[in-house]
Design a protein around this ligand. Sequence first.
Ligand code: NAD
Length: 266
Amino acid sequence: MKATEQLIERATRDLVDSKYAIALTGAGISTESGIPDFRGPSGIWTKNPEAERRAYLSYQEFLQDPKRWWEERLAGPSFLGDLEKVMPNAGHYALAELEKLGILKCVITQNVDALHEKAGTKNLLEYHGSVLKLRCASCGLRFSRHEFDLEKLRQEDQLPPRCPKCLGVIKSDGVAFGEPIPSDVAHQSLEEAWKCDLMLICGTSAVVYPFANLPRVARQRGEVTIIEVNAEPTSLTEERISDYLIQGKTGEILPRIVEEAKKIRK
Ligand code: NAD
């Protein structure tokens, strides 16, 4: 049997035997939906370091001049493209299926693309926010993007949008570099990392903090199995934070795990 097949069987057994399994995901799980990652070989930052430099300035620009920030955002597509139209791939559906089977209790994603929500995952923490939502920068209340007619506000010179509850300035829910993680998802994610006895980490280089602390927090507790599914070894592999790496595409490996889990559950 090939090494990858053996690891898929091992991961399935570990998942089925776990009491509280959670998944952590990053940009890698969405590359098969056509969204580039940041630091993989074809990543946005890998190919265009200038785009990375600009992204680091965005939050300060929002704080200094939210009206201008909104005008610039509405003027063109984001560097990730038009994420509202993108569809989930087999990897997202596999995680939703593992939740339906009662195996996976929660998915914590760094992705802003809303593809886990579209694939049907229910217990979802969007650590860096979602393109489908807006968030009040003062009180933290979230809104569906469609609750605001941003184009109309632009035409009527009414930007930035204001929170109906506290009149604070509203920004997109996506967490910018340098912006604090909203406290609700930060706390809930930490709780999940403390609570889990299995962590399935899919498609992340695990170098963006504080998200990258979550596997390290879980490892400190000791009694946890940490599995990576990634195209290449990561810092978690090298530092032996993960117990093992299944090297390959999430869109191929995760559906295989679901298949095996269904066989065991029969
Ligand atoms: P990253 O770009 O740093 O790392 C992605 C990892 O996934 C790499 O190790 C890469 O080799 C691997 N990978 C790529 N395609 C894969 C596949 N099909 N199967 C398995 N592995 C694959 O991404 P990150 O760790 O998530 O950090 C980037 C940050 O940027 C995150 O905080 C995230 O918020 C944001 N981001 C989000 C999106 C999105 O929403 N889809 C896209 C790009 C960046």
